[in-house]
Design a protein around this ligand. Structure first.
Ligand SMILES: *Cc1c(COP(=O)(O)O)cnc(C)c1O
Length: 393
């Protein structure tokens, strides 16, 4: 018999009643150290006082009015994002995959309005993830996500990750854009080297096509810069954002240059909920904290500490871990044993991590994690690895 919840997730048996910072408290009172942060969503941890205050204050005033009216909280957040990034304009969504939908529409409309309607194709890369909508799964193109869901939205060209020759050959007249995650998340925490992001920007400039970054997972301070592409010193034409931007409240956004967004005039796109007062009240509170240089420097410093400890962990457990990679507080442990075993052993130590493709375990702690909690997390991983070694022996 089908469960009352559509069984599209393999869920754990335990659940949580509340959270505090980097900790989740289970129904039975036991405390779990959360290195998943709702998959890079709870950027400021659980129940951050500034976010609780922003949400509850707004909840007593106004939840929803429709985008038929001006929404001051939405305007304020857009202004902040424009001030701190490459972008000239912002559209708010409720999720990452809705941001993908708009990014795709925006790119197509750009070429349509520029008299080249044939430029509908968007190049994407193997291992990518852009959400579960029809455009999102077609963009990523993996067998796992698309099988049985055809006919898929046409117009995506899937290339191997890091194959420069294949990329050069794929840029034909029908290509209008390249879409890439600066650090692949679901694909196994695979950072695109700075040189390659620069190369992509140069290629897009030379061929006159649009560059779209999906920073849904790697953005909003996760790598120690507000957005991951800043490390490479290049900017996209269009960028998808979600996850961390709402700190746990559903919120996403598409950021774009004036040029790239030029086709999106009144009536060309919309969202009932996108950018509503509740979401944007929280989004403003997140942005006010995360976009501060001092906060981002602190993320970088703690990331260095975690990385160093993880290198030691990997060296100490060569039969469990192969290496660590990633950027900032977006780190992946490549496993020798099945990554699901490592995640499960972590549960045994009351540590939450998240699996990814390529047999990687993802560590995506709240950006507010403390030094002491980092030490505790690595101790727990160490004990989890030791228990796996014992059970193999
Ligand atoms: C999570 C994710 C998405 C989809 O976001 P949803 O809010 O789940 O729709 C898109 N792109 C990337 C890189 C993601 O990590």
């Amino acid at each position: 018999m089908i469960p009352s919840l559509l069984p599209t997730y393999n869920r754990t048996q335990f659940s949580f009643s509340h959270g505090e910072g980097a900790w989740l408290v289970a129904e039975d009172g036991s405390r779990y150290l959360d290195l998943g942060a709702g998959i890079a969503v709870n950027a400021l941890g659980h129940a951050h006082p500034a976010l609780v205050a922003a949400l509850t204050e707004q909840a007593g005033k106004l939840w929803h009015v429709s985008n038929l009216y001006s929404i001051p909280e939405q305007q304020a957040l857009a202004d902040k994002l424009v001030e701190k990034t490459f972008a000239d304009t912002v559209f708010f969504t409720n999720s990452g995959t809705e941001a993908c939908e708009l990014a795709v529409k925006m790119a197509r409309k750009y070429w349509f309005d520029h008299g080249q309607p044939e430029k509908t194709d968007i190049i994407t890369f193997e291992g990518s993830f852009h959400g579960r909508s029809s455009a999102g799964i077609a963009a990523a193109g993996s067998e796992k996500m698309t099988r049985g869901f055809g006919p898929l939205l046409p117009g995506f060209v899937h290339l191997p990750f890091g194959d420069h020759d294949a990329l050069q050959a794929a840029i034909i007249d029908t290509v209008g854009a390249i879409l890439i995650e600066p650090v692949q998340g679901e694909g196994g925490i695979r950072p695109v080297p700075d040189q390659c992001l620069k190369g992509l920007r140069d290629l897009c400039d030379a061929k006159g096509i649009l560059l779209i970054f999906d920073e849904v997972q790697c953005g909003m301070g996760r790598t120690g810069k507000l957005f991951a592409h800043e490390w490479a010193g290049v900017t996209p034409d269009i960028m998808m954002v979600a996850k961390g931007i709402g700190g746990g409240f559903p919120l996403g956004a598409v950021l774009a240059t004036e040029e790239a967004a030029s086709g999106m005039t009144a009536g060309t796109h919309g969202s009932t909920y996108g950018g509503n007062p509740l979401a944007c009240a929280v989004g403003n509170a997140v942005m006010d904290i995360v976009a501060e240089d001092a906060f981002l420097d602190e993320v970088g410093r703690k990331a260095g500490l975690l990385r160093q400890k993880l290198e030691g962990l990997v060296a100490g457990h060569p039969t469990v871990f192969e290496w660590v990679r990633g950027s900032g507080l977006m780190l992946g442990l490549k496993c020798v044993v099945p990554n699901t075993d490592v995640v499960a052993a972590g549960y045994g130590e009351h540590l939450l991590t998240v699996g990814a493709a390529d047999n990687v375990v993802r560590l995506l702690p709240p950006l507010t994690i403390t030094e002491d909690e980092i030490a505790q997390a690595v101790d727990r991983l160490d004990r989890a690895a030791t228990s796996l070694e014992k059970s193999a022996a």
